[in-house]
Ligand binder design. Structure first.
Ligand SMILES: C[S@@+](CC[C@H](N)C(=O)[O-])C[C@H]1O[C@@H](n2cnc3c(N)ncnc32)[C@H](O)[C@@H]1O
Length: 339
């Protein structure tokens, strides 16, 4: 039986809601917040309770359109929604109306994970799709067409999976007989490939599923571009708030906030000093992050890996941070391999 949206609505807990809202409180009249990852609208709904606040929300998933509709109807002058990827933030934000806050709550929504027809969960027995929306290929296309070398690299680099070689080899072997189409078939291949479960706290399939999902949706490319566009579009004094759920995301965010802040004037030792001075996008960055409270962890154990970071934009003029992309080229290159 398919899980319906209304039954999911009840179980939807926006991660670190109080902490996010505290970070977004108005600092002026006509306070503008961009919710880059609308999902179930948990943050947008709460923000719209604050007088004079305006929210522009984005989500790449078509299924978010209907969830955003009633907010558009109820808050016609305060809320707008765009079915768009956050790497295109610059197309949505107007130069004459720069945002005060930009929020990224990364990863999947409860709606996506629990809709088994989307194939994100290894508990599903449906098609291995894994597309969040506005992507070119499904995970089924990837596992049936990508060559062994690149399949191994995807699983190794994007899933940080030690046994990527064996998993990729066994996928190639299985697909030689017939296309792999269901989540159950993929789960069986992964389970039979794994010699050792290095991390007993997680399912043996978690890392390979993470890798395929990241690849299908080009998630690291999106994150790098999204952060760059956010620092280009936001007001000086405005804040970028991020919530990440795995180590690759957190590594990218931490690096950007730390190395492009005023207390770290040298983003690269290969960069001449005059350019270093120009790339202080953020005020002094202390490597601090918030995690969910004990109370939230009990109510919503899925929030356990969340890390909230925030950085405040300086007056510094935006200069495209080429070095940032260079630093994470390993991820960006593998995500851009054609199948
Ligand atoms: C963790 S959920 C957000 C939940 C939301 N904060 C709430 O309270 O309901 C992440 C959402 O971001 C969307 N998303 C992920 N990557 C995106 C991207 N690059 N551009 C736009 N939306 C994206 C997903 O489709 C998903 O709906």
């Amino acid at each position: 039986m398919k899980t319906t949206t209304s039954s999911l609505e009840k179980k939807h807990f926006p991660v670190m809601l109080n902490e996010v809202i505290q970070n977004c409180l108005p600092i002026n009249k006509n306070h503008l917040v961009i919710d880059c990852t609308f999902g179930g609208g948990g943050y947008s709904k709460e923000l719209l309770k604050i007088p004079n606040i305006k929210v522009i929300a984005l989500d790449r998933d078509k299924s978010a359109i209907s969830r955003a509709k009633h907010l558009e109807i109820n808050f016609p002058t305060q809320f707008t929604f765009h079915n768009e990827k956050f790497s295109n933030l610059d197309k949505i934000v107007k130069k004459e109306n720069k945002p005060d806050i930009i929020i990224f709550d990364l990863g999947l929504s409860t709606f996506q994970l629990q809709d088994f027809s989307r194939g994100f969960s290894f508990k599903s027995n449906e098609r291995i799709d894994m597309q969040m929306g506005l992507s070119e290929n499904s995970a089924e296309d990837v596992i049936n067409n990508l060559d062994e070398k690149n399949l191994k690299l995807v699983i190794k680099i994007l899933g940080e999976e030690h046994e990527a070689g064996r998993i990729a080899k066994n996928i190639i072997k299985a697909r030689a007989n017939k296309d792999i189409t269901t989540v159950t078939e993929l789960v069986q291949i992964i389970e039979s490939s794994k010699r050792k479960n290095y991390n007993k706290k997680i399912n043996v399939c978690t890392k390979t599923f993470q890798a395929l999902r990241i690849f299908v949706n080009q998630e690291t490319t999106e994150l790098v571009e999204g952060l760059i566009k956010a620092s280009q579009c936001i007001k000086s004094g405005g804040k970028i708030v991020t919530i990440s759920f795995h180590s690759i995301e957190d590594k990218i965010i931490k690096y950007y906030f730390k190395n492009y802040s005023s207390n770290k004037s040298n983003p690269s030792r290969y960069m001449p000093t005059e350019n270093n001075q120009k790339n202080s996008f953020f005020e002094k960055y202390i490597n601090n992050f918030l995690t969910p409270s004990q109370e939230e962890l009990i109510k919503n154990p899925a929030s356990r890996s969340a890390k909230l970071r925030e950085a405040v934009r300086t007056k510094q003029q935006f200069i495209y941070p080429k070095e940032f992309k260079e630093k994470f080229k390993k991820y960006l290159e593998i995500e851009n391999v054609t199948i």
